[in-house]
Design a binder for this molecule. Structure first.
Ligand code: SF4
Ligand code: SF4
Length: 327
């Protein structure tokens, strides 16, 4: 019997088992899923071996693989061994994640936007600075987060000598809600990562000068945990409960989307999200997206509705994914 946190997702050519507790996954052949479906019906190992008697060795290999990877265990009685995973849809109607983009062109005040996000009871904030900002400026922004509902801050900043690890650590001591800093445009060969329980600092040579870098699929970006899995089963795993302000002050689902729900200079975040259209994209789960709906990675892979293969089709496959589940 598979543990409740180990779930199978079927793809066009092969399937995958996600281990939601250990944040890992393995590809499995479709034949293994078939064997596991018999197990799920309470059929014994002997029964399965008799059924596929020409493939007894392969069946043994399948069970060895499952036990070695600790995806499950042999049980005497199948029923009621493990409490099933609760996959009930439960969408919070408010905003819990916000992206604020900022560059030299920006005319809005970050602290005002942050105060409004606090009023909306937002919990997570991503700040993306596309031009160089000083440490003092970052500290000033982080001070605005204090006393709000925002409990974690992720940041993309342009590399500067001020942003050495020691300075970032000191900033984190003062502002522990800042839990991730990605310094882009670092000098060649300066790729570095600091990771501890409370803070991740990552330096990369990659240039990020505007919102166009978002939406890239990579296997290293997969998110394997229960919350993300359950959200992906029912809703859009990038845009549900998300609100963004572009560097030009436009209030959008994400800064890369075309549609604006007003400019923050004249519209409050609250009134923008009260527009019923704002939530439309939240309902586009992976199962509704062409190409993703046959992919075994679909419930651990973040969607992108801004960059699509077919710009005229909101259900079209993410443009920046080259993975082909049929190959
Ligand atoms: S929809 Fe695409 S571009 Fe927008 S935040 Fe999500 S991944 Fe990024
Ligand atoms: S974007 Fe779609 S097709 Fe590409 S890996 Fe993710 S789920 Fe699969």
């Amino acid at each position: 019997m598979l543990y409740s946190c180990c779930v199978i997702t079927q793809g066009a050519k092969r399937d995958a088992i996600y281990d939601l507790q250990r944040s890992s996954f393995k590809y499995i052949p479709k034949a293994m899923t078939k064997v596991l479906s018999l197990c799920k019906k309470g059929k014994s190992v002997d029964f399965i071996k008799r059924k596929f008697k020409e493939n007894e060795r392969i069946i043994d290999e399948y069970f060895d693989f499952l036990i070695e990877n600790e995806f499950g265990q042999f049980v005497d009685e199948f029923d009621n061994c493990f409490v099933p995973l609760d996959t009930t849809a439960n969408l919070y109607q408010g905003i819990n994640y916000a992206i604020l983009d900022y560059s030299l062109e920006s005319k809005y005040l970050l602290e005002d936007a942050i105060a409004q996000l606090g009023e909306l009871r937002c919990e997570h904030l991503e700040l993306r600075f596309y031009d160089f900002v000083t440490l003092d400026f970052i500290e000033h922004v982080l001070a605005a987060v204090q006393g709000t509902t925002i409990s974690s801050v992720y940041m993309i900043v342009q590399y500067s000598e001020q942003l050495f690890v020691e300075n970032i650590k000191k900033l984190h001591e003062k502002h522990p809600r800042m839990i991730m800093v990605i310094c882009v445009g670092a000098p060649k060969g300066f790729n570095k990562i600091l990771k501890n329980n409370h803070l991740v600092v990552f330096y990369t040579e990659q240039q990020v000068k505007d919102e166009n870098n978002c939406g890239v699929f990579s296997k290293s970006y997969l998110t394997i945990n229960t919350d993300f899995y359950v959200e992906s089963l029912h809703y859009n795993n990038c845009l549900s409960n998300k609100l963004s302000v572009s560097r030009f002050g436009e209030i959008k689902n994400c800064p890369s989307m075309d549609r604006s729900f007003g400019n923050i200079a004249t519209t409050t975040l609250k009134s923008a999200i009260e527009n019923s259209d704002f939530r439309d994209l939240w309902q586009i789960s992976k199962d509704k997206i062409e190409g993703c709906n046959i992919c075994e990675l679909r419930y651990i892979c973040q969607d992108c509705r801004a960059y699509r293969r077919n710009k005229n089709d909101i259900f079209s496959k993410p443009l920046k994914c080259s993975y082909n589940p049929c190959e």
